[in-house]
Design a binder for this molecule. Structure first.
Ligand code: T4K
Length: 385
């Protein structure tokens, strides 16, 4: 199949719930007179997600950023939180917003996951928690992380923004650490337009999370510094209508990822970041890395845009290089990943044939760019010789 540039492929294109089912729920909500504040749609969504993830408690929230803040606030008083720098700004900002000091460590260059071997070296007398990210939907090494946390008396909150439906071995992500936080943003393969969820198996933590989600209010009054993290009924309704579709979405995402991995295999200078080694993933993230000529990454993204293949550079700049960030020194694998990684379109918008055609265009554009680059380099080299 030849790539049809008139039909765009977009990284982050939302999966939308079936319209008829969604409109039916919208009408029911609007005529019910109950629009937010732990309403019936929210409670139903929490129950369905708890069942889907096999976890005791699900607390849905306005978005994962607020979810991370609430989870940290519920579990950690103050101090330092160890996390990767190669992550979306929200991970670090959530901790900073709550008054904790992020302590950034490097990633494993192959998986782009937090480098577990570097965690213990970053622990100080101020360290209170570890905030690992299940990067690109793949589970971190949760067993090793829990061992370190137990040894040093630290809490673990997972940023599971990418990982809804993914597993660690046979076990769904959701019950690891002290809490896990999912994003249900529109760009996530399961979404509530905006939204997120905190999951935990601990009854006491769940009670605390529910209080903090609603201004720190309990039956006894306002006894903690909370926030407004409540999900509205309409957002929950979208999630309820999309959830039954989700197993099929996951399956298709993975089929497309198979095609993408197979098409790029053995292409010099490009690799697909492996995301399915620790268990299943939701298959949403097709992540390409320029292992050579990474300086051409942004030029490649621009040239693909002209072919209606819309990609995103992630995570640029990495968190330790944000303005106002604490000095974490040089994190070489993080800095290389941030300058060489591209999230490419995948999932439901593509047929297998279109996925292959799209990858062929990416390879051709990359080769055209880098052979031009090499010719210029060769010329310069010849001139200076
Ligand atoms: N932790 C991690 C590790 C995260 O990756 C994120 C968020 C969070 C925490 C926080 O989760 P939330 O608080 O958002 O629940 C996007 C998303 O906005 C963000 O949720 C996501 N991670 C991040 C990886 O990607 P941007 O700034 O790249 O978004 P934006 O609006 O440029 O969208 C990306 C692409 O998606 C666009 O190029 C086009 C497409 N798109 C987007 C929207 C919103 C659509 O086609 N339709 C749409 O409606 O952050």
């Amino acid at each position: 199949m030849i790539w049809d540039p008139k039909t765009p492929a977009v990284f982050g294109k939302p999966n939308v719930a079936p319209t008829a089912a969604f409109m039916e729920r919208v009408e029911a909500v609007m005529s019910s007179g109950w629009l937010t504040n732990n309403g019936p749609q929210v409670r139903e969504l929490e129950a369905h997600i708890a069942d889907f993830l096999s976890v005791n408690h699900v607390v849905v929230v306005t978005n994962a950023t607020i979810g991370l803040q609430i989870a940290l606030q519920a579990l950690v008083r103050s101090g330092e939180v160890i996390m990767p720098s190669f992550t979306f700004a929200a991970t670090a900002q959530a901790a900073t917003w709550c008054g904790y000091k992020p302590r950034f460590i490097d990633i494993d260059p192959v998986s782009q996951q937090i480098d577990v071997a570097k965690i213990e070296g970053a622990i100080t007398s101020q360290t209170r928690a570890i905030l690992p990210v299940h990067m690109w939907g793949e589970a971190c090494d949760v067993r090793a992380i829990q061992d370190i946390a137990n040894k040093h008396g630290l809490k673990v909150v997972y940023d599971a923004a990418h990982a809804f439906g993914s597993t660690y071995g046979p076990t769904k992500i959701g019950g690891f650490g002290d809490a896990e936080v999912f994003s249900f943003h529109a760009t996530k393969c399961f979404n509530t337009l905006e939204g997120g969820a905190i999951t935990t198996n601990c009854d006491q933590t769940a009670r605390r999370l529910r209080e903090l989600r609603a201004f720190g209010m309990s039956a006894d009054g306002v006894d903690a510094l909370g926030t407004n993290g409540k999900m509205s009924e309409l957002h929950a309704a979208h999630g309820l209508c999309l959830l039954p579709e989700f197993p099929a979405i996951m399956q298709w995402n993975n089929r497309i990822l198979d095609v993408i991995e197979a098409t790029f295999a053995g292409t010099p200078g490009l690799r697909v970041v492996p995301t399915r080694r620790c268990g299943q993933t939701n298959g949403q993230y097709a992540i390409l890395q320029l292992t050579q000529h990474s300086e051409q990454r942004d030029v490649l993204i621009e040239s693909l845009k002209r072919r209606d293949i819309h990609c995103r550079p992630y995570f640029t700049p990495p968190c330790h290089l944000h303005n106002g960030s604490v000095d974490a020194g040089h994190l070489p694998h993080t800095e290389f990943a941030a300058s060489s990684t591209i999230a490419i379109p995948g999932g439901m918008q593509l047929s297998e044939a279109r996925a292959k055609a799209m990858c062929d265009v990416i390879i051709r554009e990359f080769r055209a760019l880098t052979s031009t680059f090499m010719t210029v380099g060769d010329v310069l080299q010849r001139k200076s010789a």
